[in-house]
Design a protein around this ligand. Structure first.
Ligand code: MAN
Length: 525
C-alpha cells in the first residue's frame, strides 16, 4: 500500500519542476520519509518543519536531512541515482560545486557545467572487471578442487603409509633387540681379551721402564766409578760439571757433596739418593769430550744379575696369562742384553700398543660383525622413525577445512626484491636473504592462521624471527589472494621489522565469486 503511494507520488513529483526539486537527492530507501505532506520530521527526529522547507536551500534540520538536494547543510548527504549503474551517496556540499561527482550528472543540476552521463560506460567497465575476476576465480577454483581431491588421496595414502611404517617399526625394533643381545654377547669376551691385552702391555711397559732405568743407572755408576772401587766419590762426580746447578761458578766440593750426601756412595746408595737427582742432566764424559767411551759389554755384565731380579719380580706380578706374556717378551725383546742409554730411551718412549694376538683378533672380528649388524638395523629404525615423524608433522598441519592449502606442505617460494630475496617455506619459516652477501635473516617461524573469524585462512603469520637491533623480533604476515599459480607477488616492510607478503594461490579462490552470474550482478546495478 505504502509502495504504491510512494510510486504515485514519485510520478507526480517528476511531472513538474517544483516536485523534482523537492525530492532531489533522496535515496529510494528514504523516500517514504519524504511524503508530500504539510510537515517534515527531520530524520534524526530533532524537529518538525513545514514540508516546503525541504530542499529550499536553507538548512533547518540538525542532521541536514531537510536539504539532501542542495549544498545548504554542511552535513547533508546527496543521493545520485546513477541509473544503469550503482546509486551512490555523496556529501551534499558537492552539489553544484562545478565538479561532476555523480555519473548521471545530477549533482550539477543547477550549474552551467555539462556533465555527461557516464553511468553506462562505468557499468560496462565494472561488469568487465567483475567478469575477469569471476573468470580468475573460476580458473582458480578448478585448480583448488584438484588440490582438494589430491589432498584427500594424499591424506589416505599418508595414513596407510603411517600404519605400515608403525607396524614395520615394531618388527625392526624387535630385530634390533636381538641384534643388541648378540652384540653384547660378542663384546663381553672381546672387552675381556682387550683388557687383558692392555694390562699385559702396561705391565710389560712398566718392566721395560724399570729395566731401562736400571740399565741407565748401572751404566752411569760404572762410568762414574772411574777407579772401579765400587764407589762414586766426590772427585769422580766433580768431573761432571753439567751437574752444577748454578753453571756459572766452579762445581765445588761442597756442591758435589750435597748431591752425594756423603764423601762417596756405593751402588745401593747411588740408587736410592743420587740417580734421580742427576739422571736428567747427566752426560757421559765421552759425550762431553773425546774421552774413551764406556764399555757396554762391561755394563751389561755388571747389571745382568739385577735385570734378572727385576724380570723375576715382573713375572710374579703377571702370574695370569703367562703364555701370552712369554710371547710378548719375545716380541719386545725384553731379555736381550743391556742396550745403550739411547736404545733404552727409545724403548721407554715406545708407546705403541703391540698387535693383538690371533685369539683376540678373532674376538674383535666377531664383535665388529655383531656391531655392524646392530648398526645396520639401528639405522633402519632411525630411518623409519624419521619417516613417521615427517608424516605425523605433515598430518598435523592445518591445511584448511578441505585441505585447500595442502599443496604448500614442504614447499618454499621466493620473492625477488631489489635488495633481498624473501623465501617463505610454508608452515615452517621465512627468510630475508641479502643479495649483497651475508648470512640469511630469519624473519619468522610458522605460528598459525590469523585471518578474521569469518575468513581464518586469508592470512598466516610467521613470528619470533631474528630480533632487530633495538626493536622487536622480526615477523611476517602473509595475505592470500586468488591466483592461478602459487606465488608471492609483493613483500613490504610497512613497520620496521614487521614484514607483509601478498601471496597468490588457487587455494584462496572463492566458489561464490566463480559462480556469480551476470544476472546477479545486474541486480546490483
Ligand atoms: C636489516 C633488514 C631490514 C630491517 C633492519 C632493521 O637491514 O632486516 O629489513 O629493517 O635490518 O635494523
Amino acid at each position: 500500500m505504502n509502495l504504491i503511494l510512494i510510486s504515485s507520488l514519485f510520478t507526480i513529483v517528476f511531472s513538474g519542476n517544483i516536485e523534482q526539486t523537492v525530492l532531489r537527492g533522496i535515496p529510494t530507501s528514504l523516500l517514504p520519509k519524504y511524503t508530500l505532506a504539510k510537515t517534515f520530521l527531520c530524520l534524526d527526529g530533532s524537529s518538525t518543519i513545514p514540508f516546503e522547507f525541504v530542499n529550499d536551500d536553507y538548512c533547518d534540520c540538525r542532521d541536514g536531512s531537510d536539504e539532501p538536494g542542495t549544498s545548504a547543510c554542511p552535513n547533508g548527504r546527496f543521493f545520485c541515482e546513477n541509473k544503469g549503474y550503482i546509486g551512490t551517496i555523496i556529501p551534499s556540499h558537492f552539489v553544484g560545486d562545478g565538479v561532476c561527482d555523480c555519473c548521471d550528472g545530477t549533482d550539477e543540476y543547477e550549474t552551467k557545467i555539462v556533465c555527461n552521463n557516464t553511468c553506462f560506460e562505468l557499468a560496462q567497465k565494472t561488469r568487465a572487471e567483475r567478469e575477469a575476476r569471476r573468470a580468475l576465480h573460476a580458473a582458480g577454483v578448478a585448480k583448488k578442487l584438484e588440490i582438494i581431491s589430491k589432498s584427500v588421496l594424499i591424506k589416505s595414502d599418508r595414513e596407510a603409509r603411517l600404519r605400515e611404517l608403525e607396524e614395520g617399526l615394531q618388527k625392526v625394533e624387535d630385530e634390533l633387540k636381538g641384534k643388541e643381545e648378540l652384540k653384547q654377547q660378542a663384546e663381553a669376551p672381546e672387552n675381556e681379551a682387550k683388557d687383558k691385552h692392555q694390562k699385559l702391555w702396561e705391565e710389560q711397559r712398566a718392566v721395560r721402564e724399570a729395566i731401562a732405568r736400571d740399565n741407565q743407572m748401572h751404566e752411569m755408576f760404572a762410568e762414574l766409578d772411574a777407579n772401579n772401587d765400587s764407589l762414586v766419590s766426590i772427585e769422580e762426580l766433580q768431573k761432571h760439571t753439567e751437574l752444577d746447578s748454578d753453571h756459572e761458578n766452579e762445581f765445588t766440593v761442597e756442591e758435589v757433596r750435597l748431591i752425594l750426601g756423603a764423601d762417596s756412595v756405593n751402588f745401593d746408595e747411588f740408587n736410592v739418593t743420587v740417580f734421580d737427582q742427576i739422571s736428567n742432566s747427566y752426560k757421559k764424559l765421552s759425550e762431553q769430550s773425546s774421552e774413551t767411551p764406556v764399555d757396554h759389554a762391561d755394563v751389561a755384565a755388571t747389571t745382568e744379575a739385577q735385570l734378572d731380579q727385576i724380570q723375576a719380580e715382573a713375572d710374579e706380578e703377571t702370574s695370569a696369562g703367562e703364555d701370552e706374556y712369554e710371547h710378548e717378551e719375545e716380541q719386545h725383546d725384553i731379555t736381550t742384553p743391556v742396550a745403550t742409554s739411547l736404545e733404552h730411551e727409545k724403548h721407554i718412549h715406545d708407546d705403541t700398543v703391540p698387535e693383538y694376538d690371533d685369539e683376540t683378533k678373532k674376538l674383535i672380528q666377531l664383535a665388529d660383525h655383531a656391531r655392524n649388524e646392530y648398526n645396520e638395523v639401528e639405522g633402519r629404525v632411525q630411518d623409519i622413525k624419521r619417516q613417521i615423524d615427517d608424516l605425523k608433522r605433515q598430518s598435523d598441519v592445518d591445511t584448511g577445512p578441505h585441505g585447500e592449502y595442502s599443496a604448500f606442505i614442504d614447499q618454499c617460494y621466493d620473492y625477488e626484491e631489489r635488495e633481498y630475496t624473501y623465501r617463505i617455506c610454508m608452515f615452517k619459516d621465512a627468510k630475508q636473504i641479502s643479495k649483497g652477501g651475508g648470512s640469511d635473516v630469519t624473519i619468522g617461524y610458522w605460528e598459525g592462521w590469523t585471518g578474521p573469524e569469518n575468513n581464518k585462512y586469508l592470512k598466516m603469520k610467521y613470528a619470533n624471527g631474528a630480533t632487530c637491533w633495538n626493536g622487536p623480533a622480526r615477523s611476517l604476515t602473509v595475505t592470500f589472494q586468488c591466483g592461478t599459480e602459487h606465488k608471492p607477488i609483493d613483500v613490504r616492510e610497512p613497520t620496521r621489522c614487521e614484514y607483509s607478503m601478498i601471496f597468490e594461490t588457487p587455494s584462496a579462490c572463492d566458489e561464490r565469486i566463480a559462480t556469480a552470474t551476470m544476472h546477479q550482478e545486474h541486480e546490483e546495478f
